[in-house]
Design a protein around this ligand. Structure first.
Ligand code: MGD
Ligand code: MGD
Ligand code: SF4
Ligand code: MO
Length: 696
């Protein structure tokens, strides 16, 4: 009667291994899959709300086709056949008028995305996008310009580290279960933790040194740190000699950027900076500088991230325990990889992406593209018209800035299809909603799990769906077939896909039964540190990368201080907490209770000036956009900034538990859809100001 099914959590994009207990066909318990030692039985609060998600009735339970105006909330429930016919007919019309390239795909991305990429290629469009333009693109591009490898080209060995330096990386709340466990082990083992953030988050309480930096000045801090480290010789000279090009150019460039100079820009004392450098020198090479994500959303964040990547290199912390390591893939363990589904579909005839990644913007990765740049194409019809948008497990209307402006642009689309489990802001504005099964009700394609012990992982259906929903793999396979592209996705069942993926390996699908995953190596794989190879043309770490400079990206850019807020206005900071995933679970019956509403954090100095105390209602505004929140007056925030949690203030009435609760941060980000970092590419979400006034 009682059985255990191993699967992969889907309550956030971290996708931890889980173990689900099923009794009489019903799920009764979810916990971490303890076959994975790093995970144990742990789960976060969102993972713990899995069963509540499934039972939530304020979700799309059938395919839905819009009957009223977009966003009006008038729908008719449809059968899957009707929904697919509707989509196919519209798509055929759009393709015959504008060509297949006029279709874009806006995906969350991640380890199961291969099938959706195949779907887009099969339709004949080059315009696949994932969410990363507002997540880690700047950090990724910065990493590529230094190592020739993206941001996922390295992983971090927290538990053995001697010093962990976090720039706005709220690792204990914006969490990944295995990572936070590794981090806490490191802390318990006595690692130093330096935490840099204008906000003293929960992670600051684990730090041995907390710096309440002036918002947007991390690049200055990093220049001051690197200047002093080079001046004092606090770096790994052997590693630099062997692997790093451009150290003398860096030294010259850094001449003006002394710790005393950095103090003036950042508010962090020169003495503290020098003491930190001394400590880091003792702790290296077991040192991790983590670039975070949020620091990556100012206009110079590409450069701040770049300097962090350079620091990791000159610490010599690459491919050492307690430092950074290359996540190893199947090939490193002597195995073939999963066979790619997209790899088997011919490339679309159209080579130019609508967003210009890889052509107009040669430095930006074509793979995930840049959704905000595709918006320009939707809006202007250049370089060619874009008329259809598939949205999968993505909520761009709140993930990108300026919801209202995005809706204006989306109105130029002739078809919007959203595959979601919730009425997100984006699915609510679509023409068709295709409800996916909740994750415990569905199988997904197999994933590759890179790491010191690489392997493959399987998400499998634990229980039958309770609604008229479908797994993503089937949705796209069905549409492809109806569009006459079935030959590229010739699958009738998930087993067909699994067997296809495993065909080059020695692994059978039954091998996943015992643990939920298959490891390809018994022992951790470390590369020979004398034979490291980086992805640059020289094979070395490039402080000045000629390829990037030739593409118009200066590598060592002089510091320009960020714009300061005008009198009475503040830098708007935002972030998340352990029991929320962006804006997606605010209506989950259990999590809605924990989340309540968001508040506006303000420093006492600033609050006093405008006559506000904790608990007072305040009006926040940017231009003609306004919102009201309760103030939380606290020393834990820099006087120049205010902070609010992301994901609140939904305007979707069907989400009754969260509708009207709190205020959304993205609505205040005026002009940010077209204001992006020219070197890294991401919208400068953080360079935004609001004014605050007392209401009574
Ligand atoms: N203003 C502001 N903007 C931000 C951020 C911020 O903090 N503030 N954070 C940025 C960051 S780091 C990121 S990564 C992005 C995140 O932006 P998104 O990637 O859009 O966010 P997610 O919450 O991961 O996923 C969103 C959608 O997936 C749906 N979903 C959930 N589970 C499932 C499922 O099982 N199947 C399907 N098909 N759909 C599902 C949800 O209902 C939701 O609509 O936002 C970025 N933008
Ligand atoms: N519980 C939970 N966990 C998550 C997610 C989630 O939605 N919920 N999302 C996942 C995803 S997609 C991501 S990208 C990560 C995000 O992980 P983080 O980026 O660590 O998460 P945030 O809470 O957004 O934290 C951003 C921090 O940046 C700080 N900050 C703002 N301006 C500056 C500045 O000028 N300098 C510095 N140094 N710091 C600054 C903010 O004050 C805030 O504390 O979390 C992942 N984990
Ligand atoms: S971090 Fe939490 S919600 Fe995200 S996958 Fe892991 S257990 Fe699930
Ligand atoms: Mo993210």
């Amino acid at each position: 009667m009682k059985k255990t099914v191993y699967s992969i959590c889907g309550m956030c994009a971290v996708r931890c291994p889980v173990s689900v207990t099923v009794e009489g066909g019903k799920p009764v318990w979810v916990e971490g899959n303890s076959n994975d030692g790093g995970m144990g039985k742990s789960l976060c609060a969102k993972g713990g709300a899995t069963l509540s998600q499934r039972l939530d009735t304020q979700r799309p339970t059938h395919p839905m086709i819009r009957t009223g105006e977009r966003g009006e909330g008038q729908w008719r429930e449809a059968t899957w056949d009707e929904a697919f016919d509707y989509i196919t007919e519209k798509l055929q019309g759009i393709i015959s008028k504008y060509g297949a390239r006029s279709i874009i795909f806006s995906d969350r991305g991640g380890p199961f995305a291969d099938l959706r990429k195949a779907f887009m290629k099969a339709l004949g469009s080059p315009n696949y996008h994932n969410h990363d333009c507002t997540c880690g693109r700047n950090v990724n591009h910065a990493s590529k310009s230094v190592y020739g490898l993206g941001r996922k080209g390295f992983a971090y060995d927290y538990k053995n580290a001697s010093h962990i330096v976090l720039f706005g990386r709220n690792i204990t709340e914006a969490l990944k279960v295995k990572e936070v466990k590794g981090f806490l082990k490191g802390v318990n083992n006595g690692a130093h933790v330096t935490y840099v953030d204008p906000l003293a988050t929960n992670t600051a309480s684990k730090a041995t040194r907390y710096w309440q930096i002036k918002p947007g000045t991390d690049y200055a801090l990093l220049l001051g740190i690197t200047h002093y480290i080079l001046k004092k010789g606090f770096y790994d000279k052997d590693f630099v000699k062997q692997y790093v090009n451009g150290i003398s150019k860096l030294r010259d460039f850094l001449k003006p950027y002394t710790p005393e100079w950095a103090e003036k820009e950042t508010g962090i004392s020169a003495e503290e900076i020098m003491a930190f450098c001394q400590e880091i020198n003792n702790d290296r090479p077991k040192v991790i500088f983590h670039p975070g994500w949020m620091l990556s959303r100012y206009s110079d964040s590409f450069y701040a991230s770049r300097m962090i990547h350079v620091l990791n290199a000159i610490m010599g912390s690459i491919e050492v325990p307690g430092g950074l390591f290359y996540p190893k893939g199947p090939g490193d363990a002597g195995s073939a990889g999963l066979k790619s589904i997209a790899g088997n579909v011919p490339a679309p005839e159209e080579k130019e992406r609508a967003d210009g990644c890889g052509t107009r913007y040669p430095q930006f990765d074509k793979g995930p593209g840049m959704l905000h740049l595709a918006y320009e194409a939707i809006d202007t019809g250049k370089p060619y018209p874009v008329k259809a948008n598939f949205i999968h497990r993505h909520n761009p209307l709140i993930a990108l800035p300026e919801t209202a402006e995005q809706r204006r642009i989306w109105d130029k689309l002739e078809l919007i299809v959203s595959t979601d489990v919730y009425f997100s802001e984006s699915s609510w504005y679509a023409d068709v909603i295709l409800p996916e099964n909740t994750y415990i009700e569905r199988d997904s394609i197999l994933r590759t799990e890179k790491g010191l012990k690489p392997g493959f992982g399987r998400r499998q259906k634990c229980v039958e769906p309770i609604n008229d929903t479908m797994p993503g793999w089937q949705i796209y396979t069905e549409i492809a077939k109806r569009m006459g592209k079935g030959e590229y996705m010739p699958f009738e069942s998930i087993e067909d896909i699994w067997n296809y993926q495993l065909q080059d390996t020695d692994i059978k699908i039954e091998d996943f039964d015992a643990k939920g995953f298959v490891k390809l190596a018994k022992d951790p794989i470390w590369y020979d540190r004398d034979k490291l190879k980086f992805g640059t043309e020289s094979g070395k770490i490039e402080i000045v990368n000629k390829k990037w400079e030739d593409m118009g990206v200066q590598c060592l850019k002089p510091y320009v201080a960020p714009q300061a807020p005008a009198d009475g206005s503040f830098n708007l900071l935002f972030g998340r907490r352990g029991y929320q995933t962006h804006g997606m679970h605010h209506n989950n019956p259990i999590l809605a209770e924990l989340l309540g509403t968001n508040k506006l954090w303000m420093n006492p100095q600033a609050a006093k000036k405008i006559g506000i105390k904790s608990g007072d209602e305040v009006e926040i505004s940017a231009g003609d956009t306004k919102g009201v929140l309760q103030a939380k007056v606290t020393d834990f925030i820099h006087p120049q900034a205010v902070f609010m949690l992301h994901g609140f203030g939904t305007d979707v009435p069907a989400r009754e538990r969260s509708y009207g609760r709190g205020v959304a941060d993205q609505i205040f980000m005026k002009g940010k859809l077209t204001d992006w970092d020219k070197a890294g590419g991401s919208p400068t979400l953080q360079g935004c100001f609001v004014t605050v006034k007392a209401l009574s």
